[in-house]
Design a protein around this ligand. Structure first.
Ligand code: ADP
Length: 514
């Protein structure tokens, strides 16, 4: 059977999606491969078809325990002998699955990465004839990935131990160039075996909403789109519950999903959503990994997620069927605090916290850029694409203003404060705040004290924009300090100008007092 025949025979599709055939051909040629395909790009078929066409067992390593069953069920429905082993099973069941694998009665075996830490399992694995190993969500192997799972690091040693070295395929939708490099190095994938399709999602319209009351916005959005199915992400369980109650009170059928609910509640809620019994799902990031619901018309983030990787992955759950859909991020500075809290209280070591802070900063840049949002995201993942012409930035018709003078004021203030302070204090100094801390530090003596006409908040917005545009940069860590970049210096020296759509304030007769 050829790959195309297998596609038709087992899955009922007639054509491959971009990149699929290339990955399959490489795997059939026993080449280790990295597949970078967007969410909904059809990554599973890339290893399922070679699994069916080759002798031996395909081992699929997937961090999504809750979804293994769904994947295996759907394979079985297509007449494909597949099974999974995970911690939710009885020992006897797992043993029976392995016995089946030994009798060559399985083509695909799904396991969680944690299995790789289990010596007993590893020994058993050596008795199976594994011909292909598929590493799903492969960004988890990289320390730079947004969801680092140390168990994945056991993988190279495991592969080396197997009697016959299997072919390997790593798949992910969210790898920055650095993460892709890491995956290739760790899993011994030659650079030329990287299959990458455009990360741009042409059917998605990216929207960034700031300075609006979220609940008000949400209700009017849902009223305008009454029959659409969509996901609303919030950062905390509490906020998810609040929003769920609020929507149901307003007569909008919405389910909720977070890790604090019972297994049964989660399953019910997920199925109600999948089968369109409740069109709206309010959830934390616990929901959605691997969910294959094609008609999600919108994904709204009520609060910022922790990284652009997480954002693109979650937003990417909209429009898997290729029809026009929206990805809306509601941005409020204060919500960054929630993410900072998560970072500070995570189990991660110092270095990983630092990475997490850097990721959060990239997200802040996205929220403050005036560039095309789709393009910004695609560039973050190391590619490029034309401006989408439909995101909130591409369609912003406000005139661009020359803000060179304001930029210079901000920069000279930062320099005078020896680049040792963050956004809030710099803005306060520029606005001439009489806050205790400002006076204690004698910042009211600086020549830049009170030289700007805007209020502190407005200056902060300007600083965010300048950071997003690369004129300023912030140090990472819990208390980021502001610095002028090389590009910024050109503005400071009068060699370049800065334009933005930010409204300019007129000078008030009185300096704002804060
Ligand atoms: P990913 O893991 O990349 O997000 P999936 O493997 O879950 O994506 O596939 C997304 C959807 O696309 C699934 O419903 C799958 O059945 C479908 N699909 C995959 N390949 C094809 C194809 N060649 N033609 C049509 N649909 C496909």
């Amino acid at each position: 059977m050829t790959p195309t025949e297998a596609l038709k025979h087992y899955f009922g599709y007639t054509e491959f999606k971009a990149g699929q055939k290339k990955v399959i051909d490489l795997l059939l040629g026993h080449k280790n491969t990295l597949a970078l395909l967007p969410t909904g790009g059809g990554k599973s078929l890339c290893y399922q078809i070679p699994a069916l066409l080759e002798d031996g067992l395909t081992l699929v390593i997937s961090p999504l325990i809750s979804l293994m069953k769904d994947q295996v069920d759907s394979l079985q429905q297509n007449g494909i002998p597949a099974a999974f082993i995970n911690s939710s099973q009885e020992f006897e069941t797992a043993k029976a699955v392995l016995a089946k694998a030994r009798r060559h009665e399985l083509k695909l075996l799904y396991i969680a990465p944690e299995r790789l830490e289990n010596q007993f399992f590893l020994e058993l694995l050596q008795t199976l004839s594994v011909s292909l190993v598929a590493v799903d969500e492969a960004h988890c192997i990289s320390q730079w990935g947004h969801d680092f799972r140390p168990s994945y690091l056991k993988l190279p040693a495991l592969l080396a131990q197997l009697p016959v070295r299997p072919t390997l395929v790593a798949l992910t939708a969210t790898a920055t160039p650095q993460v892709a490099k890491d995956i290739k190095e760790l899993l011994l994938i030659p650079a030329e075996n990287e299959v990458k399709t455009s990360f741009a999602r042409d059917n998605l319209t990216f929207k960034l909403i700031k300075g609006t009351d979220f609940e008000h916005y949400l209700l009017s959005y849902l009223k305008q789109n009454p029959n659409d199915s969509g996901i609303i992400y919030a950062s905390t369980r509490k906020r998810v519950e609040q929003l769920g109650i609020m929507l149901n009170k307003m007569g909008i059928k919405a389910g909720i999903y977070h890790a604090g609910l019972s297994e049964l509640q989660r399953r019910e809620s997920q199925e109600d959503f999948l089968y369109d019994r409740t069109p709206v799902m309010v959830a934390t990031n616990a929901f959605g990994m691997g969910i294959d619901k094609s008609n999600v018309r919108f994904v709204i983030h009520a609060q910022v997620p922790g990284s652009l990787e997480a954002y693109y992955q979650e937003a990417g759950r909209a429009g898997r069927d290729g029809l026009p859909s929206e990805a809306i991020l509601f941005y409020k500075d204060a919500d960054l605090q929630v993410q900072r809290f998560f970072i500070d209280n995570s189990q991660a070591d110092e270095q990983h916290r630092e990475f997490d802070y850097q990721k959060l900063q990239a997200l802040t840049r996205y929220a403050n850029t005036e560039e095309c949002l789709q393009r910004f995201l695609v560039q973050y993942f190391g590619q490029d694409c034309p401006d989408c012409q439909k995101c909130t930035n591409c369609t912003d018709t406000r005139e661009k203003q020359d803000i060179t003078k304001e930029t210079q004021m901000i920069m000279s203030c930062i320099v005078r404060m020896q680049s040792r302070f963050g956004k809030k204090i710099v803005a306060q100094v520029l606005a001439g705040s009489k806050a205790k801390r400002i006076l204690e530090l004698n910042f009211d003596q600086l020549s830049t004290y009170g030289i700007m006409h805007q209020k502190t908040k407005e200056i902060e917005t300007l600083i965010d924009f300048l950071t997003a545009s690369g004129y300023l940069k912030t140090s990472s860590g819990q208390f980021p300090t502001l610095h002028v970049t090389q590009t910024g210096l050109e503005v400071l020296r009068g060699q370049a100008k800065v334009y933005a759509r930010i409204e300019k304030a007129e000078r008030n007769s009185e300096q704002p007092v804060e």
